[in-house]
Design a protein around this ligand. Structure first.
Ligand code: PNS
Length: 161
């Protein structure tokens, strides 16, 4: 049986922290679907297509990674691609409560889909898309935080503002 996992998120935009989780997930599962949520109540900086394109570019060297988007319930998306696992990164204790809530809800919705957590690498434990956007907006150096394609996309966005 092919072991398929979903790595869901807002990815607005994808960071080195996300990429680390995606790579490590791809080394454990046969197939990884990185899926961008497109019904977020947050107001994203990048469109779903832009976010997917950036993820595709930075995961191009990973043959078992696919990129997709979804609206609605994550468990429904997972079922539609025959995935039995959800992979999430866990940074610090502050993530725990939120992740536990999502995981518990997903288990109520479908107890056949298991959630796995990968501890974020220490060097990315402080990293989030929001913090990257804030630094980029004010012209700070983000080269250690995001791949160069993402850095260029952020500079382009903020130059237009
Ligand atoms: O990167 P994020 O914003 O922390 O990702 C959150 C995400 C996309 C994993 C979560 O919001 C989600 O799964 N949304 C889809 C709606 C859903 O399935 N809700 C039920 C579980 S709370």
């Amino acid at each position: 049986m092919t072991k398929i996992a979903v790595v869901p998120g807002s990815f607005d935009p994808v960071t080195f922290g996300h990429l680390d989780i995606i790579k490590r997930g791809a080394s454990v599962f046969d197939e990884i679907h990185v899926v961008v949520l497109n019904n977020s109540s947050k107001k994203p900086l990048f469109t779903v297509e832009e976010r997917m394109d950036l993820i595709r570019e930075v995961t191009a060297s990973l043959p078992n990674v696919r990129v997709d988007s979804f609206s609605g319930l994550l468990v429904d998306y997972a079922k539609s691609v025959n995935a039995h696992a959800i992979v999430r990164g866990l940074r610090a204790v502050s993530d725990f409560e939120y992740e536990m809530q999502i995981t518990s809800m997903n288990r109520v919705l479908d107890d056949k889909i298991e959630t796995f957590f990968i501890m974020t690498n220490n060097q990315y434990s402080f990293l989030s898309s929001s913090i990257v956007k804030e630094v980029a907006k004010y012209g700070g150096n983000i080269s250690e935080l995001v791949p160069k394609q993402v850095e260029a996309a952020l500079q382009f966005k903020f130059a237009k503002e």
